[in-house]
Design a protein around this ligand. Structure first.
Ligand SMILES: *Cc1c(COP(=O)(O)O)cnc(C)c1O
Length: 415
């Protein structure tokens, strides 16, 4: 170990033009003198200071050093460095979860009286956090239709500090024009925050289209194997240092070093997993689209998707690994739709019935009763989350096995 590693781990020098695939396995790995080839896991709550004067200087921020793992830990710093390299941002701060990342962003950047404009199709807990929990503290949020740019423009007002979007959304895979939203935000003197869980930086890097901050749930594709809860915010160094790190120090939404290490190793295979899972999702979406038991399929990789061209431009030509489809039911009543969706889900033997996604194991769920179960029926209908909708987050199983698993229910739908 260098005599004093400093709070920030030493920056490794890669030649200009070094590819993302290389950075994904090499960035953020300062080795100790033991010469470990894999990244070290620093499970320690605190760090010993050489003497009282150094401790005073370090606690007072006059000298950089690791102090206490609530706000500084080498394994967490390695994960942050690697994720920042993949997202193309200057800095990153790890958080306890994806929701922790969104809460930290709000605590770091907003105060009572401030206003947020948010897509109405974002992750359910994000809607609850912004619309209910932060409203208690005088932060008001206006929710707008994801793809209606005019509605975003109209919602902006003098106190607007943040625009918040997610693309593609869960489960209808609506895509937003990140560049257009960034322009609206910047015209208003606000920042654009993009939740990039569904694409991950392997497919989409929102800052390339003008976003200011990128939110991650490390729980999803970054880990990639459904093991840990983790999150992160990526953005400009000055903003992270001046607003987010102090808030982390007092707020303690900290990422565990162990979880950081799992995510750090997960990122090494992110690009090849995303490519393989996206390819399977596209094939499965095409197959579902032609199946008589399916009324429609939502997947950005399909030419039938309303924002197919925009999605391909923003997502490196890939659709991602999440799709949803409307099962054909005996009639259009919510009861019949629910019976049909449950029949397909309950006929699977391979897919895991769980609302998680981003795993190598394919997951299947009915959004109306799980991720969107806390919405009222009118809210759900406004959002297009029908009882007959089934979401699949495609993993790495063989495509033929996945098709057989879904065909079992789709071929025997109740009449
Ligand atoms: C899962 C998820 C979150 C929340 O992440 P956690 O790690 O579960 O807190 C936020 N946004 C999106 C899009 C997600 O899928």
């Amino acid at each position: 170990m260098p005599a004093d590693p400093g709070k920030r781990i030493p920056r490794l020098m890669f030649p200009p033009g070094t590819h993302r695939d290389t950075l994904a396995v090499r960035e953020g790995l300062p080795r100790t003198p033991w010469g470990e080839n894999a990244e070290a896991l620093f499970l320690t709550s605190s760090f010993v200071q050489p003497d009282a004067a150094s401790a005073a200087a370090r606690f007072g921020n006059e000298e950089e050093a690791f102090i206490y793992s609530r706000f500084s830990n080498p394994t967490v710093a390695m994960m942050e460095r690697r994720l920042a390299a993949l997202e193309g941002t200057e800095a990153c701060i790890g958080t306890s979860s994806g929701m922790g990342a969104i809460l930290l962003t709000a605590l770091a950047l907003l105060k009572s009286g401030d206003h947020v404009v948010c897509s109405q199709s974002v992750f359910g807990a994000t809607i609850t956090l912004l619309g209910r929990d932060l409203a208690k503290f005088g932060i008001e949020t206006t929710f707008v239709p994801q793809t209606d740019l005019e509605a975003w423009r109209r919602a902006v007002r003098p106190g607007t500090r943040l625009l918040f979007a997610e693309s593609p959304t869960n489960p209808l895979t609506e895509v937003c024009d990140i560049r257009a939203l960034a322009a609206i935000a910047h015209d208003a003197g606000a920042l654009l925050v993009v939740d990039n869980c569904f694409c991950s930086p392997a497919l989409q890097r929102p800052v390339e289209f003008g976003a200011d901050l990128v939110i991650h749930s490390g729980t999803k594709y970054l880990d990639g194997q459904g093991r840990v809860i983790a999150g992160a915010v990526c953005g400009p160094q000055a903003l992270i240092d001046d607003r987010f790190v102090p808030m982390m120090r007092s707020g303690g939404l900290s990422l565990s070093p162990f979880n950081a290490w799992v995510v750090l190793k997960g990122m090494e295979t992110l690009a090849i997993r995303m490519e393989a899972q996206s390819a399977r999702a596209l094939e499965l979406a095409r197959w579902l689209e032609s199946h008589p038991g399916v009324a429609c399929v939502h997947y950005p990789g399909l030419a039938s998707h309303p924002q197919h061209a925009l999605a391909m431009a923003q997502q490196g030509g890939q659709g991602g690994a999440v799709l949803s489809f409307q099962v054909r039911s005996r009639d259009a009543s919510p009861e019949a739709q629910r019976d049909a969706a449950f029949h397909v889900i309950d006929s699977t033997r391979l897919c895991s019935i769980t609302a998680n996604l981003g795993d190598t194991k394919t997951t299947i769920t009915q959004p109306a009763s799980t991720s969107h179960g806390r919405l009222s029926e009118p809210q759900r209908q406004a959002a297009g989350i029908t009882q007959g909708l089934v979401r699949v987050a495609v993993g790495l199983e063989h495509l033929d096995d996945l098709k057989a698993d879904l065909a079992r229910g789709l071929d025997t739908l109740p009449r």
